[in-house]
Ligand binder design. Structure first.
Ligand code: ADP
Ligand code: MG
Length: 282
């Protein structure tokens, strides 16, 4: 499988007036992402997740270490070319619109990238269809719900046909319904197109859907593994201030209450199944 992104011992320190104050926002981060993977990055506020996203899209440059995107070392000279192959969606649905209608908004980035008009129209339609917003072409963005706005923002990124889609807490300001809509759209994209996704989140339920999880703490990588491997270390996750998925909390509570359950239950379905088969059938 093709390598999409790799970081080797990447560190970053924000410049500070007071030298004593400056500490590393990122401290020797290394990991690799392969084509088609869905990677979730989790960590509490201030653990360095957004700084990491900014380094990957070249808004900031590492103080130490190297970042390779599509096998090329990211630097000032190839920044624009590399950036044109990445899409990023940020946290606040209200800060990502430039167009006065949904279709203008999605077309904007294409226009900036010099895509000819005849090509723009089908690309805008297809990107909006992929996020199930095709019937909103002429709607004004500010009349949409939060989940719809983020789906349009994702369409804007998709219209550029990126190799890598980065979501920086793209669901964190949404209500549960909006969050579900966005997650379903990303899941379907991944299944149908094999798009590589890097999703920064502090929603551990969302993490369950990823192929691999990177846990950040105080600018360092605390752990990398499959969701199952990561959630086996539930106590450590709680110790660094992360909220475990509901089914895991419930199964640990039931165990504390003397109910004989095996293992960790990452989904409600798993927990319900075990309760049926091993408990109620006794
Ligand atoms: P996260 O996205 O995980 O919440 P950030 O990457 O935003 O974390 O922040 C990591 C650390 O860098 C924090 O200590 C934060 O205060 C600091 N930081 C973030 N942005 C800036 C900035 N523009 N200037 C100085 N320090 C910053
Ligand atoms: Mg952040």
């Amino acid at each position: 499988m093709k390598e999409i992104l790799s970081l080797e011992h990447v560190s970053f320190t924000y410049a500070s007036e007071d030298e004593q104050e400056s500490r590393k926002a990122l401290d020797h981060i290394s990991f690799t992402i392969k084509e088609g993977e869905w990677i979730a990055i989790v960590g509490h506020n201030g653990s360095g997740k957004s700084t990491l996203a900014k380094l990957i899209i070249g808004l900031l440059f590492p103080s130490e270490g190297t970042i390779r995107v599509f096998l090329e070392e990211l630097g000032e000279e190839n920044l624009w070319e590399i950036r044109s192959q990445m899409g990023i969606v940020f946290q606040n649905p209200d800060n990502q619109f430039v167009g006065s209608t949904v279709q203008d908004d999605v077309a904007f980035a294409l226009e900036n990238n010099g895509v000819p008009f005849e090509e723009m129209v089908p690309r805008v339609h297809s990107a909006l269809a992929q996020v199930k917003m095709e019937s909103f072409l002429d709607h004004e963005p500010h009349h949409l719900s939060g989940g719809q706005k983020q789906r349009v923002a994702i369409a804007g990124a998709l219209a550029l046909e990126p190799e890598l889609l980065i979501l920086d807490e793209a669901t964190s300001m949404l209500d549960p319904q909006g969050r579900d809509e966005v997650i379903k759209v990303v899941e379907e994209l991944k299944r149908k197109t094999g798009l590589t996704v890097l999703s920064i989140t502090h929603d551990l339920e969302e993490v369950l859907l990823a192929d691999r999880v990177i846990v950040m703490n105080q600018g360092k990588v605390l752990a990398i593994g499959s969701p199952a491997e990561i959630f086996e270390r539930g106590d450590e996750l709680e110790a660094i201030g992360l909220d475990l998925p509901f089914s895991m909390k419930l199964s640990s509570y039931l165990r504390d209450e003397g109910i004989d359950l095996n293992g960790n239950h990452m989904s409600e379905e798993e927990l319900v199944n075990e309760l049926w088969t091993s408990y109620f059938n006794k």
